[in-house]
Structures are given as C-alpha cells and as structure tokens.
Ligand binder design. Structure first.
Ligand code: NAD
Length: 452
C-alpha cells in the first residue's frame, strides 16, 4: 500500500498532521519510537506543569498568612506528585491515541529510517518493514544540547530535564546551568519545594530573549526569595558535584560551587536521526530549512516542529503541521503561519507571557514605537489575589498607525489571557479597535484593556 503521507515523529507536529490529514480521508502512517505526544506530553510541557502545580499548592499553603490563613504542619510527598504527573501524562497520551483512531491512520511503534526519497515516493524502513508514501513529513523534534564543558559526560551528578522529571526523590541542592525557559521553570519547582537553587547563566540576564523590564521583576523576586542567580557567569568545568565557574562580573565571589545535582539546560538541538539518506536536505545551523508552508527543498518533503529550529514551542509545531497539511491537500486559500504573533509563556511564579516584538527588536527593525507600561495592580482582581506583587503589562504599538505589535506580561495568571493579546497582534488591531473589546470584570485580563 502506498500512503498519502508518512510522518516521522508523533509529537504535537506529528499527531496534529496525522489527525488532520487522516480526517480529510487521506491514508497516513505515523511512526513514533517512544510514546505518542512527544517531548511536550511525555517529558516536557505537561509533566513540568503537573509538578509545578503541586509545588505551587505547597508554596501557597506555606505562604498563606498574607491572606489571613494559617496552615500548620503543611507537608508534601514528592513521590505522590510524581505519581499524579504520570497519571496526567498517561491520560493525555491515551487521548491522543483516541484522536488518531480512525480507518485512515496507521500508528507504527518503532524507529523509522528514510531509505530513499524520489519525487512522489518516499521509502521508510521501520521494524524491518518498508513503507511507501507520496509525501513525507519530518517531525522528529529536538534533543537536549550537551555543551562541551569538561566533566559533563558520564557524570552521575548531571541531569538533563528528562532526568529531573523522572527522579523519584528531590535533590538536596541543585545547580542549574542555563537560565532560559527550562532552567527558570525548574528553578521555580525546586525553590518552591524548599531545595536550595543556584542558577548559572552565561548572558548578563536570565531569560535573555524576553522583555528586560518583565525579567527584572522576576529576577528581583527570586533573588530576594533566596535563589542564587549568577549572571554573566560561565561554567569552565565540572568535577563530580563541583561546578567551577568564571564570572565576567568584577569581584564576583566563588569559583567553585557544589550541589547534589547539576541540571544542564542550555538549549535543544534538532534531531536528524534516521534522515541520513536525505543527503540533499537543506539545513541551517543543524535545523531543517522550510518555506512558509513548511516545505523543505526536497519535493514532497515537509518538516514541522523543533526540527525546523524556528521557534521551539509545541503550539508552533501544531500550527506548522496544520499549515503543511493544508498545503499538501491544496486547501484554498493556502494558510501561512503568523510567526509575528506567537505567544510564549514561562511558568515561573509569577508567570511571564508575551507575544510579538520587544523594544529591542523594534529598534533592530527600525520601527518607530510607543511603549506603555502599567503595573498589574491596576487590575482589581490582581490586587485581590496577588498580595505583595506588582506585576507589569507592557504594550508596544506602532507610533505611526497605532497597531499593537507586542505585549509583555508578568503576573499570575497571565498565561491564561495572553491569547487575547495574540489575537490583537495577529489581526493587526489598532489600539482604537482593541479598546472596543469588552473584558469581564473583575479579571486580571482587564489589564490589557487598561494598558492598550
Ligand atoms: P533556552 O534557549 O531557553 O535557554 C538556554 C539558556 O542557557 C540561555 O539563557 C543561554 O544564554 C544559557 N546558556 C547557554 N550556554 C550556557 C553555558 N555554557 N553556561 C550558562 N548558561 C548557558 O533553552 P532551554 O531553556 O534549554 O529550552 C529549550 C527549548 O524548549 C526552548 O526553545 C524553549 O522555548 C522550549 N521550552 C519552552 C517552554 C515553555 O513554553 N514554557 C518550557 C520549556 C522549554
């Protein structure tokens, strides 16, 4: 049998494409070597959010006096948190399988390898069988990047995010190398559960790609709370549990720090395993180059998700898959992805959420902008529920036509309403148009109405 579409990788890109194409009546084969759901569902977004939620419950209970609540003998059971996380993941994986359960979708469990690729026929080998398809979609994702720091390899003290998620016990102390998204979410988890945390970040700030005003609020709070955050600091070597650092900050203390575990989270790299036969596939910095419809330079070969190195977010992967399948099915009008309106969230406490450009990006692009900043305390609901926090809502608009170009938020629960700002950026709304939208009162989302 020749399939219409073969998909390698069953993460958010792969399973979205499989569902969309098979529900359109096209025969699809989806290969997955681990569990469907990919990194996001099994060892990424969902398990971290499950654990973070447990940690937040504990943290809130132990910090409840500011709301007039006293809770004594509050304790947590990390093994129980892990068990709950596993159940959540299992249910969601089952849900994905259910979505793929139709007569046009074949799910193959195993490592798939491309054998040959000619126009209109791609051959793939998996578990000793050969599969043929008219189109190929590469959704192989990414893997944790291991930096060339002496002492990392084969060191039992070193964890990556997958190890950290699998651990049945909390470390007594932890050093986190890399103050990016993964690093700061794990810093939040361990800190809220009482583990002493040190974050080592090579750049002058943590979360270097985000709005600096928003990041500064988090940095100030976390440092005050006792998280040791070393910026402009590089790890030179690791010996057992000892991490040797070099700081470019004058008079910085300590060149050696020790902890029970060292979590290395310095980025992820595209996973190209199994694609060796695609000699002519165009790559850029180790990631697959795609056009606006997620087509690679090879005929009938598409790529979606982390493997494209575009923006490593599950929701980008899923949207890329929708666009690619739309193109394959020749759906009119053809859709593109609005990369300028991709929301992103960092699940720290408080949460950070943003969409669109930052002030720095506007300057690089020579776009004249106006910036409006408002503390979240302008929202009554925020005041009622976020004792001791100020939060921030920062809006960037085009100085000429007043369209909304970027929104940057810190304050709980901004992850839940950044989508409203995404909608405004995506549709190119002006501030006058956005002001016609009515927000429910009292909600923290009203801050958008106040600030825009
Ligand atoms: P990242 O790129 O977000 O952060 C890596 C950090 O490590 C950067 O700040 C970088 O400056 C720093 N760094 C690099 N080398 C270093 C070194 N030798 N010493 C010290 N610091 C160093 O990468 P990540 O946090 O590993 O996350 C990987 C990907 O997964 C990202 O694309 C991220 O967006 C995605 N992700 C998203 C979410 C979310 O949406 N909430 C959660 C987790 C991961």
């Amino acid at each position: 049998m020749k399939y219409f579409l073969a998909i390698i990788g069953g993460g958010p890109a792969g399973y979205t494409a499989a569902e969309k194409a098979s529900k359109a009546g096209k025969d699809v084969v989806l290969f997955e070597q681990n569990a469907v759901g990919g990194t996001c569902l099994n060892v990424g977004c969902i398990p971290t959010k499950s654990l973070l939620y447990g940690a937040k419950q504990y943290y809130n209970a132990t910090h409840a006096t500011k709301y007039g609540v006293t809770a004594e003998n509050v304790a947590f059971d990390f093994a129980a948190m892990q068990k709950r996380k596993t159940i959540v993941v299992r249910k969601l994986v089952a849900g994905i399988k259910q979505r793929l359960n139709n007569e046009h979708c074949t799910l193959v469990s195993g490592f798939a390898k491309v054998i040959s690729c000619q126009p209109s026929v791609v051959s793939i080998e998996c578990n000793g069988e050969t599969y043929e398809a008219e189109n190929l979609m590469i959704c192989t994702g990414s893997t944790n990047f291991v930096p060339p720091i002496p002492g990392i390899k084969d060191n039992p003290a070193i964890w990556d995010s997958t190890d950290a998620l699998a651990a049945t016990e909390l470390p007594k102390s932890i050093i986190i190398v890399g103050g990016g998204v993964i690093g700061m979410e794990f810093a939040t988890l361990y800190h809220e559960l009482g583990v002493p945390v040190t974050v080592i970040e090579a750049m002058p700030t943590i979360l270097p790609n985000l709005d600096p005003d928003v990041v500064q609020i988090l940095l100030d709070k976390y440092r005050k709370a006792g998280i040791n955050i070393l910026t402009s600091t590089k790890v030179t070597k690791i010996e057992g549990n000892d991490v040797y650092v070099e700081s470019s900050i004058k008079d910085a203390e300590k060149s050696r720090i020790t902890s029970t575990k060292v979590l290395v989270s310095v980025g992820r790299r595209a996973n190209l395993n199994g694609l060796e036969a695609l000699n002519d596939l165009e790559l850029n910095r180790g990631a697959i180059v795609i056009d606006d419809f997620c087509k690679t330079n090879l005929p009938n070969v598409y790529a979606c998700g982390d493997v494209t190195g575009k923006i490593m977010l599950a929701h980008v992967a899923a949207r890329q898959a929708e666009v690619a399948v739309g193109r394959m099915l020749k759906q009119i009008p053809l859709q593109r992805i609005a990369y300028n309106a991709i929301p992103s969230v960092v699940y720290t406490n408080p949460e950070i959420a943003s969409v669109g450009i930052t002030e720095a990006q506007a300057a690089e692009m020579n776009i004249p902008i106006e910036v409006n900043k408002l503390p979240m305390t302008f929202s009554g609901r925020f005041m009622a529920e976020n004792e001791g926090e100020t939060g921030l809502c920062k809006v960037i608009t085009d100085a000429k036509n007043h369209s909304i170009l970027g929104v940057h938020l810190i304050g709980n629960p901004c992850s839940e309403f950044i989508a409203a700002a995404s909608f405004a950026v995506r549709m190119g709304y002006t501030t006058a148009e956005f002001q016609q939208v009515v927000f429910p009162h009292p909600t923290v989302s009203e801050i958008l109405h106040e600030a825009i």
